[in-house]
Structure formats: C-alpha cells, structure tokens
Design a protein around this ligand. Structure first.
Ligand code: SAM
Length: 268
C-alpha cells in the first residue's frame, strides 16, 4: 500500500485536498495532524503539496482483521458465535452460529442482542414465531433453537433469504422448523406457515417509523395474549412506538434500553 503523508489536517489544508485527488489519490484520511493520501503509484504532485513524504506500508487484510476480532455474544441463555468459534459456546448455553456476511444480524448490534434475549425469556415450546425483517435469520433461528414449532422469517431484501437459509442449515435446524421467504407484512402469508396467518409470537427488528406503520399488521398476525417483541427503536423515538401500540390495543408495554437503542415488548 502506497501512502503520501502530508503535515496538516483536512481543515488547515482544505484548499490542497483537490490537488491530491487530481494527482490520482484513491482515498484521503486524516490521522493525528497528518493527511494520508492513498495512491496506486508514486506520482509527481503539485508544488503546494510537495512537502509530503511517500511511504510504503504493509497491506492490511481488513476482513481477516474483522474476523479475528469477533467475539461470542451472550444474549440470555443463547451465545451467538461465528462458525470458527463454535467451540467457545459455554456449557449450558444454546449455541447459535451466524456466518458474518452481507445480511444484518451477527448479534453484535444491541438490537439483535436484546431481541434474542427477549426470545430466550419466553416459553417458545410448540409456538409459531413470525420474524419481520429477518436479515441473517438470527432471530428466527434463535426461536427455532429455543423450541419454537416453526419460525417464519420474511425480508424485503432478496439477498437475505439464501443467507438466512444457509445460517439455518449451519445450525442444523430442520427445514420444517424454520422457513424464510422474501416479503413483508400486508401480503398474504402461505397457509401452511400459520393457520389464518396467526402466530404465537411476532418479533421485528426494524425502526420506529416502520413499527408505527406495521402496528396494525402485528396485531392482525398475533394470537390474543401473544407477545410482540419490537426493536431497532432509537430511544428518542419511543413515544411513536408507544402511541402506535396503544392505538392498536396492545397492553403491558415494557421497555428495555441499551445505549441509544430500545426494545419494546407488549401483549396483543
Ligand atoms: N432480524 C435481524 C436482526 O435482528 O439482527 C436483522 C434486522 S435488520 C436491522 C432489518 C432487516 O429488515 C433488514 O434485513 C431489512 O432488509 C429488513 N426490512 C426493512 N424493511 C422491511 C419491511 N418493510 N418488511 C420486511 N423487512 C424489512
């Protein structure tokens, strides 16, 4: 990797940044009073930026570094790990293996972790679970591993579906206990997934505005008394979600917070 290091900051040398781009820089970065311009090859630079120094640095494999830094995530009685840390699941914990990739949901985000914890606190034995915005499939797979009869995950992003299916396979969840389809709520669900489209539990890690829009659908897909688990909610937007749940007749609203993120549970 070839770097041209120039004393100064983006602010003090604002007028010179364009000169670096024009000279062929492929990226600019500021670190501790030094501007670092990345180049593919050493090149002549204009006089105004000629006070810098060329340096060759070892290439960094960002992906390898990211993978090496991943740690198991504990969420209640579930421990979420990438495939190469399977052996690190403590005895007595339910191991949930997620291959980090293109779909959201490795367990490292507070919202995913809180949602898995909330699912782990429920008795899912024999229950059908609907996971809206399934991403990597993490919540549906957690539900299946925690005893759900069937976990059905939907996502509007088609790239997530094969990823979620692969994660289910890695966890050895039989095809009949977990299912993923491209889609969202408001569309008719296949009849064999849940009679009348009604589930025992609905979980959704989306965002507050979408929960507001979908609250009526959550109510329509939940059996009376069934728990609703919502996250992806910024604490600053909790009022919007509370109002939507009130409007749709949900009761027993409870809130958990982790930093700027909140998880809301309620009963249909
Ligand atoms: N469930 C995973 C988790 O908890 O880590 C992933 C959650 S990720 C924050 C949200 C997912 O919802 C994304 O995969 C996105 O494509 C999907 N999504 C966004 N809007 C949606 C909608 N209206 N219906 C279904 N899925 C949606």
């Amino acid at each position: 990797m070839l770097v041209y290091e120039l004393p100064g900051t983006f602010e003090t040398r604002e007028a010179h940044l364009d000169l670096l781009w024009e000279a062929g820089a492929t990226g600019l970065e500021e670190r501790a009073g030094v501007i670092r311009a990345y180049f593919d090859e050493e090149t002549a630079v204009p006089a105004a930026v000629a006070d810098g120094e060329w340096k060759r640095e070892a290439d960094q494999d960002w992906q390898a570094e990211f993978k090496a830094n991943l740690r198991p995530v504990q969420a209640g009685r579930v421990t979420i790990v990438p495939p190469w840390l399977r052996q690190d699941v403590p005895a007595g914990q339910v191991g949930l293996v997620i291959e980090p990739g293109m779909a959201f949901g490795t367990g490292h985000h507070a919202t995913t972790r809180m949602a898995v914890e909330a699912l782990a606190a429920l008795d899912l034995g024999g229950v059908r679970v609907l996971d809206v915005g399934t991403g990597s499939g993490v919540l549906a797979i957690a539900a299946a591993l925690l005893g759900a009869d069937l976990a059905y995950g939907v996502d509007i992003d088609p790239i997530t579906i094969p990823i979620a299916r692969e994660n289910a396979e890695i966890n050895g969840v039989p095809a009949g206990r977990v299912r993923f389809e491209e889609g969202t709520l408001g569309e008719e669900l296949p009849d064999d997934v849940a009679p009348g489209g009604v589930f025992g539990v609905v979980v959704a890690n989306l965002y507050a505005e979408l929960h507001d829009l979908l609250a009526g659908e959550y109510a329509a897909h939940l059996t009376p008394g069934g728990p609703l688990v919502l996250t992806g909610i910024l604490t600053s937007k909790l009022a919007l979600v509370r109002a939507a749940l009130d409007r749709e007749g949900f009761t027993g609203v409870q809130v958990r917070e982790d930093g700027e993120w909140a998880l809301v549970t309620a009963t249909a």
